[in-house]
Design a protein around this ligand. Sequence first.
Ligand SMILES: Nc1nc2c(c(=O)[nH]1)N[C@H]1C(S)=C(S)[C@@H](COP(=O)(O)OP(=O)(O)OC[C@H]3O[C@@H](n4cnc5c(N)ncnc54)[C@H](O)[C@@H]3O)O[C@H]1N2
Ligand code: MOO
Length: 412
Amino acid sequence: MTDCCTQPGLIPIETARATLLRDMIPVEDTETIPLAQACGRVLAAPQIAGINLPPCDNSAMDGYALRFADLEDGKPLRLAGSAFAGRPFSGEVAPGTCVRIMTGAALPAGADTVVMQEQVERQGKSVFVHGTLRRGEHIRRRGEDVAEGDALLDAGTRLSVARIALLAAVGIGVVTVHRRPVIALFSTGDELRPPGATLGNGEIYDCNRTALLAALTQLGVDTLDLGILPDDKAIIREKLARAARDADAIITSGGVSVGDADYTREVLEEMGRVNFWKVAMKPGKPFAYGHLQGTPFFGLPGNPVSALITFQQLVVPALTAMQGGTWCPPVPLRAKLGKALKKKPGRTDFQRGIYRRDPAGGLSVEPAGNQGSHILSGLAEANCLIILPRDSGNADSGDSVAIEPLGVPLAP
Ligand SMILES: Nc1nc2c(c(=O)[nH]1)N[C@H]1C(S)=C(S)[C@@H](COP(=O)(O)OP(=O)(O)OC[C@H]3O[C@@H](n4cnc5c(N)ncnc54)[C@H](O)[C@@H]3O)O[C@H]1N2
Ligand code: MOO
């Protein structure tokens, strides 16, 4: 008898992912858009700083700009004027004088130090400085963050809020990014109804397409929603042909296993090519990858947890590459297992877990309830995936295991 977990022909998830990353061709077309609208988009050109940041030496504190050498004799300094952010002091700080200065104001000529106003006593135009100071204190230097000509971000970088702030700070208002790939999506299954409809006997709601549309939107691609298809080869054929014509990639849910109404992979095989089918992962074994008229096809298994985990583990890296970006593998953390986990060698296991900091300061992790690939409540409750390596068996309570935190999945 063939054990479900050690059956031949399953390809390791690392091989599956490497194949997808190797095969994906970034969309060529680019567009130039306002920076504020570019969060999540992938740069098509490197970004170079056209100015120094800060553009000039300026004060880090509200206080007084002075000459450090003047502090030696302990005499009060004479107030010569004020410098505000955007309204610099036009003169020079002469020996024995100081200038009232606000945070962000350009450092006036002649001054080399700023003293915080909390260290100063003012009597009219006389300024007494208390405590010890260092020469150059509280000055933010021209170019100390970014120097003019610095390479800021490479082509292929996904723009985050922080990166948008960096580009804006050096005066970049528009960026050239790869156009969004169009991803066609449909679910298959006679039992599926859209959320909001009334369920008949044996019917369930199509949660996969709804969740995948949300995930694709978050990933920054455009979607071509082809709806719910019945288990009907002719209809699946027609929609696959349309998807291959109108989209850059096709994602389907369901119909990739071995049941009598599992047609999606079969139809793809007739019309195009299945590059691989079945990955040594749990959940998600029946994942299928192929091409139809040059358009990549990702066939996700119908079980909802399997669909979402294969999407996250395999399709997100592929779509990132298609967007022109560089997929960075997540850095796993180690956590102490709070409960024994059953596992047979043969497939990399992605159990849904809840990790927390334990009183000793380390991380501990517990499985998030039932691990069936139809159990959505556990996935919704989980804050990490517990990753058990392909060849490992049962894990004991107290073992150190790898975890991948969930949450901000698309942070670059
Ligand atoms: N004899 C075998 N049976 C199964 C195997 C196997 O190796 N041998 N693999 C199992 C595994 S693992 C998975 S995962 C599923 C995948 O099957 P399909 O991709 O063909 O998906 P369906 O049969 O269409 O559906 C499976 C399951 O998921 C529900 N489903 C489907 N689509 C949706 C949706 N959009 N939203 C919510 N739920 C959905 C469907 O009703 C089924 O319950 O096959 C196992 N069987
Ligand atoms: O791999 Mo299936 O995806 O275990 O349910």
